[in-house]
Structure formats: structure tokens, C-alpha cells
Design a protein around this ligand. Structure first.
Ligand code: FAD
Length: 382
């Protein structure tokens, strides 16, 4: 049984504790799903999560508007990740892909949200390009105004849900100013003429991922999210909400690795006694438990701070993401070690976690970028 003592921390209200219990029961019954065909598995997960109401917190409820509850997002990601990385991915992308619309969309653009919250439409967030990943301000993709529409030309890559999304929130250069101040965001339905999935990308922990090509893809001027030139601010505001949730997913992977290790060292006998009696094994377990608790404190501090109404949580979210993802990598590596040969056996749970954690230290701002962000915040405040 995973450690649930963190749910008594003061960051949470009773509704969070109740949600965690209900979701745990749902996961035990429904997860994991088979991953042989990741597109089909993802569609199925979005449908099931939507049908049973779990996607509701990912986007604004237009009938009953309230700020997104980051603690709910984090608790859900942590729990899903502990059971099935692809389920966490399916949930997370419904939030990241619609974040710009929840925060800045027009009523017409927000009409997508009822569908994504019900699992009836799949969304994606298209920011990265072949020559601008970490360096977002270097974006090349252009959106040119043509009377009452915009023409989008260029490429986006590493786009999660690329190939299965019903629509993409696409960032492009509209040129109001050089660099970051000349970007804008657009809602682009996947069937838009001139938009093609140029390449499907395979990674070590498979999920739907693609490079997209735009060749004079025409969207109406009403597809612009917010104002021209607002794109960078919109992207950063979305990441401000969702960045700590990446830490929460990492926390879920780490917690699962710790749970599996506790079971393993209790059951496996070495040198005539359970492994758990070897002091160096105890040292590993202690380090793992410490990293898990410290990561949880940073993740839920960031979520709680945002939920309490902080305009931005740049420092808190960067610390949560950096620490939780880097430490989860270490925790999972220790779990692999404690499992011996079984730990590297294809299909073993800790082998899967070992592959699943890696990309989280790269996307939504690589670990090095988070350090730059934290240093700027700390030095700026001083
Ligand atoms: C599985 C996966 C899913 C993704 N999903 C999406 C998505 O849905 N939408 C989307 O838009 N993008 C997505 N991405 C792209 C992701 O955000 C980028 O890969 C990431 O921003 C890094 O960009 P890059 O790959 O171009 O690496 P680069 O920008 O070339 O950076 C390479 C490395 O340089 C280091 N580095 C970067 N900046 C600094 C610095 N200032 N100081 C020191 N070191 C630095 C980091 O270690 C970084 O990993 C995804 C990526 C992956 C792997």
C-alpha cells in the first residue's frame, strides 16, 4: 500500500483527500491499459477518463467558471502516473493543450473545452520547433495576416498528441516586435488545409508524438488567442500552471519505484536474511523515501501557492519540476539496482519507470533551464 500520509499535510482540503481516495479505487480497477498501440490506448484512455469525469479539472468549466485547481491536477497526475504513465500523459495533455483557451480564449474558442473535459476531443500544445526548443524566442514559424485570416507556415516538432489531436494551440511569429514579444497563439483544428503530420516520432517511453508541417495553413482571424504579440506571455502563463504538475507525475513514478523496492527487499532473501536487513539496502530505501517526501513538499507547495491566488509561481514551479524530476530519476535508478537483473528485464515495472521518467527532465523546460529560471528569480529578488 503506497504511503498516503502526505494527504494529511495542510496543503490539502478534504475535497482533495476524497478525490485521491476515489481516483485510487478507479485506477486499481481500470489501469494499466495495454500499450501495444499507443494511439489507440491514448484515445481509449481519454474516452474513459472523460466518461468517468476525471478530465473535468483539466480545463475551465465555462458554465461555472473558476480558476484551475492545481492541487487537483497534481494529485491526479501523481496517482495516474503511479499506476500507468500513459494514463497520466492522456490526462496531462488535455490540460496543457487547452491551457491557453482556459486562461485567454474567447467564448467561441472555449467551446472546445466542454468536449475536452468530457473526453470527446483531444488537444495539443505546439510550441517547440526543430531550431527552437529551449530557446522559444528564436521561433521561426510565421503567421501572416491576410485580410480576415492568418496564414501559418513552418514546422513544429515533439508535439505530444501529434497525429491524434482534434486541435492544436499553435504559437507563431506575427512580428509585433523582435524575439519573444512578436509571437502569437492560434487555435488550429487538425483538419485545417495545409497542416500535415510530417513525421511520427518514436521515443523510449512511447506515446503519440509528431513533427507537424504548416504550408500556408489558413485560419480565420478569430483563431487568434488573446492579442497579437501575446503568444510568449500566454505560453509562459500556461506553463506556470502546468509545470508543477510535471513534478507531480515524476513524484508518482518515484513513489511507485519506492513501493516496488520496499516489496522487493522485504521478500527477497540474500545471505540468509531478507534484503531489507542489509544496512546498505536500508540506506538506499532511506534516500529514496527522503527524496520522495522532499519532492512532494515542493510540488504541493507550488500547487498550493498557485491555488491561493499567487499571480505567478515561477520560482516555486521551477523548483518543484527540477527537484521532483531529477530526484525521481535517482529514486528509480536505485529501484532498478535493488531489483538486480529483474530491474532491467523488458516489461518489468521498474524497467518501464526507468524509461518513463527520462523525458520529464527535458520537456516543459529542461532541468538546466529550470536552474536558470530559479537563479534569475533568486538574484532578482535580492
Ligand atoms: C517526450 C517529449 C514530449 C514533448 N512534448 C512537447 C509538446 O507537447 N509541445 C511542445 O511544444 N514541445 C514538446 N516537447 C519539446 C520539449 O519541450 C523540448 O524538447 C525541450 O524544450 C528542449 O528543446 P530541444 O529538444 O530543442 O533541446 P535544446 O533546446 O537544443 O536543448 C538541449 C539541452 O541543452 C540544455 N540547455 C538548454 N538551455 C540551457 C541553458 N540556458 N543553460 C544550460 N543548458 C541548457 C538542456 O539540458 C537541454 O536538454 C516534447 C519533448 C519530448 C522529449
Amino acid at each position: 500500500m503506497p504511503d498516503r500520509s502526505f494527504l494529511t499535510w495542510p496543503f490539502f482540503a478534504d475535497r482533495h483527500r476524497e478525490l485521491a481516495e476515489r481516483l485510487e479505487a478507479w485506477c486499481a480497477k481500470n489501469l494499466p491499459v495495454a500499450h501495444d498501440d499507443v494511439d489507440a490506448a491514448c484515445r481509449e484512455l481519454v474516452t474513459r477518463l472523460g466518461k468517468d469525469g476525471w478530465l473535468k479539472p483539466t480545463a475551465l468549466d465555462t458554465e461555472n467558471p473558476a480558476a484551475l485547481d492545481v492541487r487537483t491536477l497534481c494529485l491526479t497526475r501523481e496517482t495516474l502516473a503511479r499506476h500507468d504513465g500513459l494514463a497520466d500523459f492522456a490526462f496531462a495533455m488535455q490540460g496543457l493543450g487547452t491551457g491557453a483557451l482556459s486562461l485567454f480564449g474567447s467564448p467561441d474558442q472555449q467551446s472546445w473545452l466542454a468536449k475536452t473535459r468530457a473526453g470527446k476531443a483531444i488537444s495539443a500544445f505546439a510550441l517547440s520547433e526543430p531550431r527552437s526548443g529551449s530557446d522559444v524566442a528564436n521561433m521561426e514559424m510565421a503567421a501572416t495576416r491576410d485580410r480576415d485570416s492568418y496564414l501559418l507556415s513552418g514546422e513544429k516538432t515533439w508535439i505530444s498528441n501529434g497525429g491524434i489531436a482534434d486541435f492544436y494551440v499553435v504559437f507563431a511569429r506575427t512580428g509585433e516586435a523582435p524575439g519573444a514579444k512578436g509571437l502569437s497563439a492560434f487555435v488550429v483544428p487538425s483538419e485545417t488545409e495545409g497542416l500535415i503530420v510530417a513525421e511520427r516520432l518514436e521515443v523510449i517511453a512511447p506515446h503519440p508524438l509528431a513533427r507537424l508541417s504548416f504550408d500556408n495553413a489558413r485560419v480565420p482571424a478569430s483563431a487568434l488567442v488573446g492579442k497579437p504579440g501575446d503568444g510568449f506571455r500566454i505560453a509562459m502563463s500556461v506553463l506556470d500552471v502546468f509545470r508543477s504538475t510535471v513534478g507531480a507525475a515524476a513524484l508518482g513514478f518515484a513513489r511507485r519505484a519506492l513501493d516496488e523496492s520496499i516489496k522487493r527487499v522485504a521478500e527477497r532473501r540474500l545471505f540468509g536474511a531478507p534484503m531489507a536487513e542489509l544496512q546498505m539496502v536500508q540506506g538506499h530505501i532511506a534516500d529514496m523515501a527522503l527524496d520522495v517526501d522532499a519532492a512532494a513538499l515542493l510540488v504541493y507547495r507550488a500547487a498550493w501557492t498557485k491555488d491561493l491566488g499567487a499571480a505567478r509561481v515561477t520560482r516555486e514551479a521551477a523548483m518543484a519540476k527540477l527537484f521532483a524530476t531529477d530526484k525521481a530519476q535517482e529514486v528509480i535508478d536505485k529501484a532498478v539496482q535493488l531489483h538486480g537483473g529483474d530491474g532491467v528485464r523488458r516489461g518489468h515495472i521498474v524497467e518501464r519507470l526507468y524509461r518513463e521518467i527520462r523525458a520529464l527532465r527535458i520537456y516543459e523546460g529542461a532541468s538546466d533551464v529550470q536552474k536558470v529560471v530559479i537563479a534569475r528569480q533568486v538574484l532578482g529578488a535580492a
